[in-house]
Write a protein that binds this ligand. Structure first.
Ligand SMILES: *Cc1c(COP(=O)(O)O)cnc(C)c1O
Length: 207
């Protein structure tokens, strides 16, 4: 499926994030030629090579979003590289980002990852801990995130998770809701996603 075709499935209210992890350069190039401007990457290092070297010539024209987990010791590299970090999930990471921003000059836009399925192996703030987390972010670092993101459990229907994430976004007066991947983005759009992150349905399977 092409970026243009995929975009036609959605209206202008949603941003399509091309999840480009583990995709070969020629496919990234095709996507750029098709006019895709927003890319999501999972790993700092892979992203540095791709957008800091290979496709550095288009870097200023695109929006780059980190959608994978971030280690605190990569905070500086991450804020140098990304326009948006979608995976803020703990206070220690907020601290590292703020410290890095003091050196770098500015903090990117931040989304809080919410572990809507309360899965032990998955990162993200638990829904019931979100109010406290948001309060602490504000109090300690004067951070107000621009939205929330989630990855629902693989073996469950996604819609209750999407519904919850949308509700939390609204309850806390935030702007963006990043949810929905290749298999469930239509549902996510129905439930109010502002951003969908699509990899394999857009690029084909990963290498
Ligand atoms: C890989 C990934 C995606 C895209 O997944 P697809 O199923 O290939 O669309 C979206 N979001 C995150 C956080 C991912 O890691």
């Amino acid at each position: 499926m092409t970026a243009a075709a995929k975009r036609a499935d959605m209206n202008d209210d949603q941003v399509l994030i091309a999840a480009s992890k583990k995709q070969p350069d020629f496919k990234i190039k095709e996507m750029l030629s098709a006019g895709q401007k927003v890319f999501g990457e999972n790993r700092v290092q892979e992203s540095q090579i791709r957008w800091g070297e290979t496709f550095q010539y288009v870097r200023k024209d695109i929006e780059l979003r980190l959608i994978g987990p971030l280690q605190s010791n990569k905070a500086l590299e991450a804020i140098r590289l990304f326009d948006v970090i979608e995976t803020l999930d703990r206070m220690s990471l907020a601290k590292a980002l703020v410290k890095a921003a003091d050196k770098h000059g500015s903090l990117p836009s931040l989304l809080v990852q919410v572990n809507t399925g309360e899965e032990p192996q998955k990162s993200g703030v638990l829904p019931r801990q979100l109010p406290l987390f948001l309060r602490e972010l504000k109090k300690e670092y004067n951070i107000i995130p621009s939205g929330l993101m989630c990855i629902p459990p693989q073996k469950e229907a996604a819609s209750p998770h999407f519904w919850l994430l949308r509700k939390l976004t609204e309850d806390y007066g935030l702007q963006f809701t990043s949810m929905g991947m290749s298999n469930d983005f239509e549902v996510a759009v129905e439930m109010g996603a502002t951003h969908v992150r699509i990899g394999s349905a857009l690029f084909g399977s990963r290498i």
